[in-house]
Write a protein of this length. Structure first.
Lengths: 294, 413
């Protein structure tokens, strides 16, 4: 049991990474009711932007987070009307069309990235990459890498900001109204198109910033998007589709299960364990951990 | 009458135009290439592509393959295996039945090769993979599949043997492999070598591909192994080094098999890549001599540097050597483009008899036993990254620089 404190610490740090991947994805699903399969590709684009900005300027990639957020907010704001048009069609099944559309975007972005950035894996250096906090918990040594702690702090900060925005601002009130009932929100004066564009912009901006963080902690590459899309989807389903407050808990649960399973059981069955747990929870509570999903 | 005359003239003109084109088409060897040009293994797939392209470029620059005084250029027809065995098998089927290729240059990964090999056996089309290393391929004894890189169970023990010569002698090892055909085989090869050398194996784990391995490495750290050996692919190598760096554990030796010899790895991890050990069977400074295309390893590395801005690694070299093996066998049987089944069977026989010195070293395919149709002509090398350069540190006959051991602490780099 001497490894338990480290396993828990690693699980929480891993959970922090999953929060950053899934929180904005959940927000955009809650409002637009679209599963954006391109979430991993937005993360990848953000990672490469951070990589090149660091390479060209030599400055720490974390300094560029605000610039990256603003730039990708703009990109998301401009793209959302196209997705909105697909989703608000009257013929066929707009929900399925939305799925296919974002899936197509993901494939196109991946191809574009392979052409522009090449096929090699890379890494983003940061001043936070090298240090670690070491301490004893009941005689057991625990190490928390600085960069992962920064990742957790970033995840909690993003969660707090989104929570504040949704609960304490007029814009947030509009977003929540839109999530509950689009037509009724419209009658109350909420501009659904503009609000949707803002939300999608915020989601793309946060995802791009997350890419920089992941590039510092793990690695970057044109193909990196796939695995993050899967984990984002996993966390959001576990939290309850569109239920933002459930995301941190679902992400932490996923991180802890992975960490504990990797240390105490057969690591080759880690993903199997994670998905079995997801299926069991969904069998018992089909609307996610807290029963509050859409 | 007049219309008929015009039609006849048009028909004659069309035949005149078409015949030389048809004849020109017949004069090139049409070679199918199945490799991973998209998906998770796109990096390796493109490295194989560079190797095949460089061979074809060099052959065509010399006018083609000389068959009894006539030169036949080569034409590569690519099919993307998408890093997916099923897609690789479908690509092979398409290249054989629709593109009617003469023979095939094979995939980057062992997983895709294992799916393609039964297809080429079914259609009796010879294939040489310039990359795949899993022993499973050769244990299946596919008649039409060959490989220029020796299997990992043939090469893997070399670096363990080199590490056992270090002082103080390492006593324990943790072995981790990613869950794919090649990486798993690499981990198992290390395990076999460690058991034979009576090293204490404190951990042996196979993990799902692409996972964050930090929790597992935290557990490994508590066991304090002298050596950590990892079998994986390029992206996983970068993640693995960063995870070890982040948890602050420096083993006395960190061993990774494939991928560290490519310049991209040192570019990605920078100074953290220094002193990492690897196993290979070729480097750009290997002492080889050849009369075919490139006179030695250095000439090949220079040609690659000129073509791609990268001197190439053992995978790329293995792919170019695969082309040379075909070239030698085709010359031996006097094959011409558009080979029939009997000629392709002869080509397999000729490949089995190939024993040639190339820029890559000796190419000689085994014709029996567990390495059936794998290249057993090469001597495996232990390499180490020293100040960003790949240096051969073992076995003794090939040493370029003394091995640096134990590894310098991450924090003091």
């Amino acid at each position: 049991m001497e490894l338990l404190p480290q396993a828990l610490a690693d699980g929480v740090m891993l959970g922090g990474i999953y929060i950053t991947i899934a929180i904005a994805f959940s927000l955009t699903y809650g409002v637009m009711h679209v599963i954006d399969f391109a979430v991993g590709e937005w993360i990848m684009f953000g990672a490469f932007t951070g990589y090149y900005l660091n390479k060209w300027t030599g400055l720490d990639p974390f300094l560029f987070l605000p610039v990256i957020f603003v730039a990708y907010f703009g990109v998301g704001y401009l793209i959302q009307p196209v997705i909105h048009r697909v989703l608000s069609g009257t013929k066929g099944n707009p929900f399925l069309m939305g799925l296919v559309f974002t899936f197509g975007l993901a494939i196109m972005f991946k191809g574009l990235a392979l052409t522009v950035f090449g096929y090699y894996s890379n890494s983003i250096p940061s001043m936070f990459s090298e240090g670690a906090f070491n301490f004893d918990v009941f005689g057991a040594a625990v190490t928390i890498p600085t960069v992962r702690l920064v990742g957790l702090a970033y995840a909690l900060a993003i969660t707090a900001v989104l929570h504040y925005m949704l609960k304490k601002t007029n814009f947030g009130l509009g977003v929540r109204a839109l999530a509950q009932h689009k037509d009724a929100a419209g009658l109350m004066g909420v501009n659904s198109r503009r609000t949707g564009s803002y939300v999608y912009g915020i989601y793309v901006g946060i995802s791009a910033m997350t890419g920089v963080l992941l590039g510092c902690i793990l690695s970057i590459g044109a193909q990196m998007g796939n695995e993050y899309t899967i984990f984002a989807f996993f966390v959001v389903v576990l939290a309850g589709m569109g239920y933002l407050a459930g995301v941190p808990w679902a992400a932490l649960l996923l991180g802890l299960v992975q960490s504990i399973f990797m240390i105490y059981f057969n690591p080759s069955h880690t993903l199997l364990a994670v998905f079995v747990i997801l299926y069991l929870i969904l069998l018992i509570s089909p609307r996610g951990l807290f029963g509050k999903g859409v | 009458m007049k219309l008929g005359f015009v039609r006849t003239l048009l028909l004659i003109a069309a035949l005149l135009v078409a015949c030389p084109l048809f004849a020109a088409e017949q004069k090139s060897f049409k070679i199918g290439v199945i490799t991973e040009l998209s998906g998770d293994l796109v990096t390796g797939g493109n490295i194989t592509k560079r190797g095949y392209d460089l061979w074809a470029q060099e052959v065509n620059a010399k006018g083609g393959i000389d068959i009894k005084g006539t030169k036949y250029p080569v034409k590569l027809v690519y099919a993307d295996a998408q890093s997916n065995p099923a897609a690789g098998a479908a690509a092979a089927e398409r290249l054989i039945t629709q593109e009617k290729v003469d023979f095939i240059l094979g995939p980057y990964s062992s997983g895709v090769t294992l799916a393609v090999a039964p297809v080429v056996d079914k259609y009796k089309i010879p294939m040489i993979t310039g990359s795949a290393e899993s022993p499973l391929i050769w244990r299946n004894k596919f008649k039409y599949t060959f490989g220029t890189i020796p299997p990992i169970n043939f090469t893997g023990a070399t670096s363990i043997k080199t590490l056992l010569e270090m002082k103080p002698t390492p006593k324990s090892i943790a072995i981790i492999g990613s869950n794919d055909a090649f990486s798993k085989a690499t981990a198992e090869a290390y395990k076999g070598a460690a058991e034979a050398a009576k090293l204490k194996i404190v951990k042996f784990s196979i993990v799902p591909s692409g996972q964050d391995m930090t929790p597992l490495l935290s557990a490994v750290r508590s066991m304090k192994p002298d050596i950590i050996a990892f079998g994986g692919h390029d992206e996983e190598h970068v993640k693995f080094v960063k995870a070890l760096r982040q948890i602050g554990y420096t083993p006395k030796a960190l061993l990774m098999h494939c991928g560290i010899t490519d310049k991209a790895f040192t570019d990605a991890v920078g100074k953290d890549g220094d002193q990492i050990f690897g196993t290979t069977c070729w480097t750009g400074t290997a002492k080889t001599k050849s009369k075919i295309l490139w006179p030695n390893a250095a000439a090949y590395a220079a040609a690659s540097q000129k073509a791609f801005g990268n001197p190439g690694d053992y995978t790329q070299g293995g792919c170019s050597a695969a082309g040379i093996a075909f070239q030698v066998a085709l010359q031996k049987i006097g094959a011409k483009p558009g080979m029939d089944e009997a000629m392709r069977a002869k080509l397999v026989k000729a490949l089995e008899e190939v024993d040639v010195q190339t820029f890559y070293g000796r190419v000689k395919f085994a014709t029996a036993g567990e390495y059936y149709h794998a290249n057993v002509g090469l001597d495996p090398l232990t390499v180490q990254i020293q100040k960003g350069k790949i240096m051969t540190v073992g076995p003794k006959a090939s040493v370029e620089a003394a091995a640096q051991y134990p590894m310098k602490e991450w924090k003091s780099r």
